[in-house]
Design a protein around this ligand. Sequence first.
Ligand SMILES: [Zn+2]
Length: 185
Amino acid sequence: MKTSTEKARETARKELKSAPLESVIDGIISEKLNLDPSVLEHEKYFEIPDKMVMFYKYSYGEQSRFFSELMNHAELYGSKCKKCGIVHFPPRAICSECYGETQWKKVSNVGTVLSSTTSWYATSEFFDKVPYAVGYVKPIDAETGMLQRIDLRGREKVDPGAKVIARFKEDRKGVVSDFWYEVVE
Ligand SMILES: [Zn+2]
């Protein structure tokens, strides 16, 4: 008898195509154009499917150190208010409680779950992780928490107050998915 967790994993794996994304897109385009032109003929304005690839850079601004520490050192940084002492995670340049300036502060990899929900579907990056939780996690030495993916390690949910620990990808790119949390046994 399969558990619902095992069934969801099986479905997710079936969805995950072994072909690279590019050839899947090409397949869809070729199918629309060549195999069933009538799909297009009923359109009021004649349209043909095409694809667009865009390269761009964006700035993390005042949040930059959070991402550089994450990528280069696999460490989590919050910010501590110089006026009232609150530690914000994720970091804030200005304190949301007293509008004081903040300074960078490394926070613990150990955290507690404030709230969470279990996800039974995913984009391609997380197909093999289903089911997983998405929840607010507060490091034990911070006052606020951030929304992040939580690896349930076989469970179907995680309750508020549960202890979690941050895990980091080997190949980090300076993006928020470079780390996730994992339920501590
Ligand atoms: Zn403050």
